[in-house]
Ligand binder design. Structure first.
Ligand code: ZN
Length: 1027
């Protein structure tokens, strides 16, 4: 804008005003000013809600403890202890000031260090509403990569702490930083917690532009198709980010001009700053409905010297309100939400989710869906283990002195942070999260072993004290390392395998354990021989075992491991079975040694794999999968699988955006050809068939087809990804079929609802896709549970064992991104390249990962049953524990099979127990989840019921209280308080169905599709389990 010369008349006015203001300054006294900060909402004005906050990551560039105490400040000057100390004292100075605190992992650390006198003061601040807990979970979790059960658990932990210490129930969701927002966050971790609103900053830049234009940044979000308006939530998206408007940041080193109102000093600027404030307020009011706007006064690790902020806000509130054009007040998101509600406005409706997130045409934040795949796998593995461990802890009775599951709970909670399982933290911080998980696991492992021993021990004397039985587990079983199964057999004793099932239905699954003998046999607990099979280990398996055992425990594994022993186990619901593995006698029964067939690629035969109704056909000369045939349901489909990689963009083209921990910016895609390395090796036997493939020197896979199962399990090993050529690589696999899927595919939201995706399309806006390198630009979606595509006849489903990025780039195809190794930082703050390495002594190499995916092809409409049932089984794998016996001393003195529930009962196939836990306060928390969406399956998308009396057959239930999702308030109380928002447009949904109240006599819980219900159960007495 060019500036015009002022006319003489205008000059005269300016002079006149200057004289007046000078006079005003002379008349005011430059001494103590009592700022009036008492302002409340003024209905007829634009109200600027100043919300003081600090965004405190529970680990990112520094570890959670380093951030808390202010260590490692050369990386980043950040000390959360300073934040809390100085905020509390600033709040005590003026009762009109307010502050919200979000991350309970930090608050807990601070709280336990405070004196009783300080606790009393803080309690008063909380009671008066000056200090409000917002969100109130242990961390501000990521919304893309965690499983919904982890989200519930980490939120429950924080909410239970707030309830116990302060008697408060957080009202507001505050997910300001996560990189995109999930449907499950809105309805489950929002409405079902009883939250009245949810706020965040990051959405796609094109979406934001449209919403700014249409004043639709504030919406009613209905995240669930099944629960519809019964689980909707008022959602506010910030106009820009979660910091204040430009010029209003006041940390001690910030550059915003402070208000200077002392007339004895230079640079008096009150009117100028008031004008700035009013201008910024009007600009925001222009894109916001109603006359309430929120300013998020703070950002990352701010308020380390809180007075620096509060001093300025005091003055702004004082002078802006003297000015009178807008109304400024200390506020919180709760006050803001109530004001929005009182305005009685109609709000736009939003369904589905806010993925993927792009902040720039070349910057899709979809790389983190796969970043740090080994850590993501570890988090998922620990999550399933934690679920099982809490059940076993409950069966035995919780011990507050330990061992218990508390440390694992804390570690898992931290791991859900938006810079933890997301993979966007620095390397040393990732190591810190993994170490905490390991320490938590180690304690939970002791608990699991002692609980299993307790439940198995039939002698009442042992039940009183500590069971003496030595039960071991094998946390490194995934890299084929299990000392008890390898060693026990070698000295002539028998191996006892206790198999625990944490699901509510009976499972028949194949167990695989490493053994070093080739003459063994397996018996069930009645002494019947079980068909079993020995499978040779692949070279890839052995080399991962040798390298990583040394990396983890500091020494090479002993002995020569020869085989995997595989046998089918049948395990009752919430219970265990026992199997005995012994050395075979010369003449006795013995496990079948697999037939090994190596295709040398010289014939053009078809190789058929599979002992049951599922057959996979491979082309011998090309060494690859060609067909999938299921003789039971007559599905026969062309199916191919391959690997390729994207070269990560290094940011040296016209845009400096590199591919990195957050951003996926591919350059070129390269197919990976097997290059006549090793042809197919097929291993056959009575229990399962395996196909071993070496795709290149650093990618191999084993495809398993189990007799009696109708899916293929693919175990891949990828790494070390070569990077000597200076190029980062992102490794993908593709499954191709001829399904005509019309650009459409489905991916899950945090392992729960499936959301329809259409290639190059967004429901909420007209997507503009910029293609910097032609044909090379692909947004990727997030998969926690699975992905599927379908046409009018057939559907192809893939399930995963951890969160990964995935998409469908061409019709009939599914692509998964399995591993990434990148050499450049992507400029989103972490300041490190995602280049994970593993070292043994001084020798380091790129990280190798091993993981699984599962695939199945069904007639259309049949896939949901498999995705939901097997999806739950993948999340909760059978837990294996080992001990030994001489003769048959274990079997004769122990309970070989156990189920916590009535022997005649099992949960319906559409229900899972997602929490069964005795809390610290002695209450028993039960959470049941319906696994199907409305309309998803013709048999299972129906109301289901659970008989509590049969779930707890040996206990007398005296009271059942339905609670909110985080169990911090009664459900009825929560429903009573729920705000009823008005939504624009016609109501389009059918009537929402939910389970009815629980009759105290019948004690039957009903669950409608996608419903999760949480209960506190009171028992008359906690009776020991006796079978
Ligand atoms: Zn953050």
């Amino acid at each position: 804008m060019s500036r015009a010369l002022p006319s003489s008349r205008a000059m005269a006015i300016v002079m006149f005003l200057a004289i007046i203001s000078w006079a005003a300054i002379l008349s005011s006294e430059s001494k103590y000013i009592a700022y009036n900060t008492t302002q409340r909402i003024v209905p007829e004005k634009i109200n600027v809600h100043l919300v003081p906050h600090s965004h405190d990551d529970v680990g990112w560039l520094k570890t959670v403890d380093q951030y808390y105490v202010g260590a490692n400040n050369s990386i980043r000057g950040a000390c959360v202890q300073n934040v809390l100390d100085s905020v509390i004292s600033a709040l005590l100075d003026d009762k009109n000031r307010k502050f919200i605190y979000v991350e309970m992992a930090f608050f807990l650390r601070w709280w336990r260090q405070q004196s009783e006198a300080m606790k009393v003061k803080v309690m008063e601040l909380v009671n008066s509403g000056q200090l409000e807990f917002i969100n109130g979970a242990m961390c501000m979790h990521d919304e893309a990569t965690p499983h919904y059960i982890d989200l519930i658990d980490q939120t429950t932990l924080g909410h239970q702490f707030i309830k116990a210490e302060f008697g408060k129930v957080p009202r507001i969701g505050w997910q300001i930083d996560p990189f995109g927002h999930s449907a499950v966050q809105a309805y489950l971790l929002g409405a079902e917690l009883g939250f009245d609103s949810l706020f965040f900053a990051r959405i796609d830049y094109q979406d934001r532009a449209k919403r700014l234009n249409e004043k639709s940044l504030e919406i009613i979000w209905q995240g669930s198709k099944s629960l519809g308006s019964s689980s909707q939530i008022f959602t506010g998206i910030f106009p820009r980010h979660y910091d204040p408007p430009d010029g209003f940041t006041f940390e001690i080193n910030d550059v915003s001009p402070p208000i200077q109102d002392d007339t004895l000093l230079f640079d008096y600027n009150v009117q100028e700053r008031v004008n700035d404030f009013v201008a910024a307020a009007l600009a925001q009011a222009n894109v916001t409905r109603t006359n309430h706007i929120m300013w998020t006064m703070g950002t990352d690790f701010r308020y380390q010297y809180a007075n620096s902020w509060f001093r300025q806000m005091d003055k702004f509130i004082h002078y802006v309100n003297e000015d009178g054009r807008v109304n400024a007040l200390y506020s919180t998101p709760s006050i803001y939400t109530d004001a929005k509600y009182a305005a009685n406005e109609n709000w736009p409706r939003k369904t589905e989710d806010f993925f993927p997130y792009a902040d720039h045409p070349n910057a899709y934040w979809t790389g983190y869906f796969t970043s740090r795949p080994a850590f993501k796998g570890y988090v998922r593995m620990m999550s399933g283990y934690y679920l099982a461990a809490r059940q076993l802890e409950f069966f035995k009775g919780r011990s507050s002195s330990g061992p218990n599951t508390d440390a694992l709970a804390d570690a898992l909670a931290l791991a859900q942070h938006h810079d933890a399982v997301s993979g966007t933290e620095r390397q040393h911080v990732a190591a810190d999260y993994a170490k905490r998980l390991y320490m938590g696991y180690t304690e939970a492992e002791k608990l699991v072993s002692s609980s299993l021993a307790f439940l198995a021990d039939s002698r009442s004397s042992a039940r009183q004290g500590n069971p003496t039985t030595n039960i071991q587990q094998c946390p490194l079983l995934n890299i084929s390392f299990c000392p008890p199964s390898e060693a026990v057999l070698s000295d002539g004793k028998s191996l006892v395998v206790v198999v625990y099932n944490s699901l509510g239905w009976r499972r028949e699954e194949v167990i695989r354990i490493p053994v070093s003998s080739e003459k063994v046999f397996v018996q069930d607990s009645d002494g019947r021989e079980i068909e079993s099979q020995l499978l040779p280990l692949s070279n890839a398996t052995l080399s991962i075992r040798n390298y990583y055992v040394k990396a983890y425990i500091g020494k090479s594994p002993n002995g020569a491991l020869k085989y995997w022993l595989a046998f089918p186990a049948s395990v009752p619901p919430l219970g265990f079975s026992t199997y005995i593995v012994s050395i075979a006698k010369q003449t006795g029964p013995s496990s079948t040694i697999s037939m090994v067939y190596k295709s040398d690629g010289s014939t053009n035969n078809t190789i058929e794999v599979g002992q049951g109704s599922l057959k996979l056909l491979y082309s011998a000369d090309e060494g690859k999968l060609t067909n999938y045939v299921n003789s039971r349901n007559m599905v026969s489909a062309f199916a191919e699988q391959s690997y390729s990689y994207y070269s990560g963009n290094d940011g040296t083209d016209e845009d400096p955006q590199a591919s990195g921990a957050y951003v996926f910016r591919p350059n070129v895609t390269f197919p990976i050809k097997s290059e006549h390395l090793v042809p197919l090796t097929v291993i056959r036997g009575p229990v399962l068939d395996e196909v071993h493939q070496q795709l290149n020197p650093w990618i191999s896979q084993i495809t398993r087809v189990f007799k009696g199962k109708e899916h293929a399990e693919v175990e891949f090993s990828i790494g070390p990804i070569p990077a000597d050529d200076g190029i980062g690589k992102e490794i993908t696999t593709q499954i191709r079929t001829t399904l005509k899927t019309n650009k459409t595919f489905y991916t899950d939201s945090n392992g729960r609802d499936f959301i329809k995706r259409v290639r190059d399309f967004r429901t909420d806006w007209d997507l503009q896709v910029k293609q910097p390198v032609a044909g090379n630009y692909y947004p990727v979606y997030l998969i926690n549970l699975g992905i599927y595509v379908q046409d009018s006849n057939t559907e192809l489903s893939v399930l995963v064992d951890r969160s990964v990025g995935g998409t469908s780039l061409v019709d009939g195809q599914i692509e998964l991104m399995l591993h990434r190794r990148l050499l450049h930082d992507d400029s989103r703050g972490v300041g490190e390249a995602l280049n994970e390495t593993v070292c043994v002594l001084d020798k380091c190499e790129g990280l190798t990962i091993q993981g699984k995916f599962y695939l199945r092809i069904d007639q259309v409409g049949e896939g949901a049953k498999w995705r939901r049932t097997v999806g739950q089984e993948i999340y909760s794998p059978l837990l294996l524990a080992f001990t030994e016996q001489d003769g048959n001393n274990w079997i004769s003195s122990h309970v070989p099979t156990f189920s916590a529930i009535d022997p005649s009962y099992a949960l319906p196939n559409n229900i899972a127990v997602i929490t069964l836990q005795e809390l610290e306060n002695g209450k028993v928390l039960l959470r049941l989840a319906h696994l199907y969406e409305i309309g998803e399956d013709k048999d299972y998308s129906v109301m289901a019921s659970v008989e509590l009396k049969k779930l707890f057959p040996n206990k007398k239930i005296s009271k059942v209280t339905e609670m909110s999702l985080s169990a911090n308030q009664e459900r009825a109380e929560m429903e009573k308080k729920r705000l009823t928002w008005k939504v624009e447009g016609p109501a389009e949904e059918p009537k929402v169905v939910r389970g009815g109240p629980v009759d105290p006599a019948k004690l039957v819980v009903e669950l409608a599709p996608m419903e999760i219900r949480s209960f506190f159960i009171n028992f008359d007495y906690l009776q020991m389990f006796v079978s």
